[in-house]
Design a protein around this ligand. Structure first.
Ligand code: ZN
Length: 205
């Protein structure tokens, strides 16, 4: 058997199937173990676009709502993620602030917008937007560089450290961020590249 792009392997039990383009955009399950190999076309697209929209909105909340409130004796302070990033943006810390801005905020938002731009016309029954295929390709290329969850790990470590010195209350943005990490994980787990590519390539409306 010659393996090419029409082949799909079951990640659970390793059986390899050859699917036609038409079969690729329907819901398929592994015959041996029942693992869901591909999502149905409209289901996969609706899920990806919906989750991309959700994460864009959550990112808006994360940026500007209060992230943490600190109380230490007579001192009280409240900071949003935008405050944190801008607070670093002086002198030697400038590259760090820049990296945080790019990897935590710009890349994840860009990915969501690219996915919406490429896939939303399929949902509404319109023809592909110009450059839809390269938008989708870029959304996949950027995936390893979207590191919102790494920021969450940093925040957790910092919370443990300052927890002994001050009273820390989590703000709206903190919980929005937690939700964002969950949404992103969910999206990556359910994003069926085969279905997305095939639907985009075969959209002739
Ligand atoms: Zn299987």
């Amino acid at each position: 058997m010659i393996y090419d792009s029409t082949c799909i392997a079951c990640p659970h039990c390793d059986v390899v199937y050859r699917l036609s383009a038409a079969r690729m955009v329907t819901r398929t399950r592994c015959l041996r173990c029942g693992y869901q190999l591909t999502l149905g076309k409209s289901e996969a697209i609706a899920r990806v676009v919906g989750l991309a929209l959700t994460s864009t909105i959550l990112m808006g909340i994360v940026l500007f709502a209060p992230f943490l409130h600190l109380n230490a004796g007579p001192f009280a302070s409240s900071a949003s993620v935008a405050d944190v990033v801008l607070g670093f943006a002086t002198g030697i810390m400038m590259p760090l602030a820049f990296a945080v801005l790019i990897f935590i905020i710009v890349v994840p938002v860009a990915r969501s917008l690219l996915l919406i731009y490429a896939l939303a016309p399929l949902l509404t029954g319109h023809a592909n937007a110009s450059g839809a295929q390269s938008s989708l390709r870029w959304a996949f290329v950027l995936k390893p560089w979207a590191m919102a969850e790494i920021f969450m790990v940093g925040v957790a470590v910092a919370l443990v450290k300052i927890g002994g010195m001050a009273t820390v209350h989590t703000g709206t943005a903190f919980w929005a961020f937690v939700l964002l990490v969950v949404v992103n994980t969910f999206q990556d787990t359910f994003m069926c590249r085969n279905t997305l590519w095939t639907s985009l390539a075969t959209n002739t409306t």
